[in-house]
Write a protein that binds this ligand. Structure first.
Ligand code: BES
Ligand code: ZN
Ligand code: ZN
Length: 504
């Protein structure tokens, strides 16, 4: 889908459908909505008057007016209450538009920029979020279907005021590029596990090095294999990988967007390409979904891709430990004691708590090799996080108040929700081992926190934030135009975090 912008009157734009909007509770349409309504004979006002349409967020009103404007179809999207409107509402407003356009097999849509006028959001930001929504809702994973879904070929934003057009263009281009990177990551997560093993993930990660990169700044991707990992004593990654016929990789993607010598931000993402639980085998129900256990890794690679496409001025390195967690005669066992890359020893109680083991080594690698100013990690780490926060918020923990504050601001600005859980030192008791330094599970209570605490032991003095995306990385049911499947979390919050500038 190509996203473009023009200035002019939406009534005279040729497209298969035009899109205007309404705030909840507005008695009479205003702006472009009023202009369109007058031209088509008042159907929108009538629907409002009769209570057919109230402008609630996510609601839509579709019209096929007899007195048509340049376009034969009109869609009015509800923006919700004006007082509650935020840029993310503009994104959400764009979602059902593309959904309907695809259902009707339309090839072009022309839309106003939601929220730029009465919504009180600046036009550039509003356009950014609208374009992002349009792009995200155009995602469909139909690689394995004989009958492919319909693709809308053109999405046009129409801005009345020619003076505002440059801002709208810049915003829409930003949103479209971000959406592209996110959709790239979503496709990785959706790919069946037999076709996305560690080596495949590494190969596809190399693809982000090609083609993109603003101002000649490119992404350099490499992948360490078993000999390198043995040389590094990556005991966590090597142990988890032992049960699989597919050798592990440690994928490293560098993007130098900052000035030379500026410190690195390390983005560590869990890349378990399939999590059977290993010898501590998971039950069969829902196991197929464990292909998304690499969503953190895909998210970090997508964030780097987005940063390059957007020309974000930061030095970033994504570090993704890619492994497949399988049960077999060569698998690691409960009772084993691993020596991690950091030198710490870990007693294994469940081979299903594998994410923290591979992340710990990846964090040690990042710290030793890059001396980063900060680390963010993202992982589908614990089922307990799904219990605690559901699919609304990701879990967030960290060792640095400033960094946590900045991540909270990024959460608010991006609309991707994150909620902090405490890492009080009392929780350490739960992961102390009798035989080694740590054990890999903390018992029944506070499973998300004890997993976070485990990682904290490997962050050392480096400021670090951990995002547990187990509950948010996968959308169970299509929602208002957002497809079921990989959600793209946490790329939006990360790009916002990274755009807000370096620490300090
Ligand atoms: N990948 C899972 C976590 C997970 C569970 C993500 C459900 C999404 C949905 C992780 O590797 C795991 O299995 N964690 C265990 C830890 C336990 C053994 C301490 C869990 O959460 O059950
Ligand atoms: Zn597991
Ligand atoms: Zn896992």
């Amino acid at each position: 889908m190509r996203i473009t912008c023009v200035s002019g009157d939406i009534r005279s734009v040729r497209a298969d459908m035009v899109v205007v909007n309404l705030f909840e509770g507005e008695k009479r349409p205003g702006g472009a909505t009023a202009a369109v309504d007058a031209a088509i004979g008042g159907g929108i006002a009538a629907a409002i008057r009769d209570g057919d349409f109230q402008g609630k967020a996510g609601d839509t009103l579709f019209l096929r007016p007899a007195r048509s404007i340049a376009s034969p179809r009109v869609l009015v999207v509800g923006l919700g209450k004006k007082e509650k409107f935020s840029p993310d509402h503009a994104r959400q407003a764009a979602l059902p538009v593309v959904k309907l356009a695809r259902k009707l097999k339309l090839s072009s849509v022309a839309s106003v920029v939601h929220g730029a006028g009465a919504g009180g959001v600046d036009p550039r930001t509003a356009a950014r979020f609208c374009a992002l929504g349009a792009s995200l809702s155009s995602f469909e994973f139909d690689r394995y279907k004989a009958e492919k879904g319909h693709r809308v070929s053109r999405f046009l934003f129409v801005e009345r005021d020619a003076k505002v057009l440059p801002a709208v263009r810049a915003g829409a281009s930003h949103g479209a590029r971000l959406g592209e990177a996110i959709n790239w990551g979503r496709a990785l997560v959706a790919t069946p596990p037999a076709e996305l093993r560690p080596g495949d993930l590494a190969r596809l990660a190399r693809g982000i090095g090609r083609g993109i990169g603003a101002g000649g700044r490119r992404i350099r991707v490499r992948a360490l294999g078993v000999p390198d990992l043995v040389a590094l004593s990556a005991g966590g990654i090597l142990a988890v990988a032992k049960g699989s016929a597919a050798p592990p990789r440690l994928i490293v993607a560098e993007y130098r967007g900052g000035r030379p010598g500026a410190p690195w931000t390390a983005l560590v993402g869990k890349g378990v390409t399939f999590d059977t639980g290993g010898i501590s085998l998971k039950k069969w129900e829902g196991m197929e979904k464990m292909k998304y256990d690499m969503a953190g890794g895909a998210g970090m690679l997508a964030a780097v891709r987005a940063a390059a496409a957007l020309g974000i001025r930061r030095n970033l390195v994504a570090v993704v430990p890619a492994v497949e967690n399988m049960p077999s005669g060569t698998a690691y066992r409960p009772g084993d004691v691993l020596r991690m890359m950091s030198g710490k020893t870990v007693e294994i109680l469940s081979t299903d708590a594998e994410g923290r083991l591979v992340l710990a080594d990846a964090m040690t690698y990042a710290v030793r090799k890059y001396h980063p100013a900060e680390i963010v990690d993202a992982a589908t780490l614990t089922g307990a996080c799904v219990v605690a926060l559901g699919s609304v918020n990701m879990g967030m923990m960290g060792n640095d108040a400033g960094m946590l504050d900045r991540m909270k601001s990024a959460s608010a600005a991006s609309g991707e929700k994150a909620w902090e859980l405490p890492l009080h030192e009392e929780y350490f008791e739960q992961i102390k081992s009798e035989i080694g330094d740590l054990k890999n599970i903390g018992g029944g209570e506070a499973g998300t926190i004890t997993a976070g605490y485990f990682l904290k032991e490997f962050a050392g003095e480096t400021p670090w934030v951990h995002l547990d995306i187990a509950g948010t990385a996968w959308v169970e049911k299509e929602k208002r135009g957002y497809a079921a499947g990989p959600s793209g979390v946490p790329v939006r919050i990360l790009v916002e975090y990274l755009s807000a500038g370096p620490p300090g």
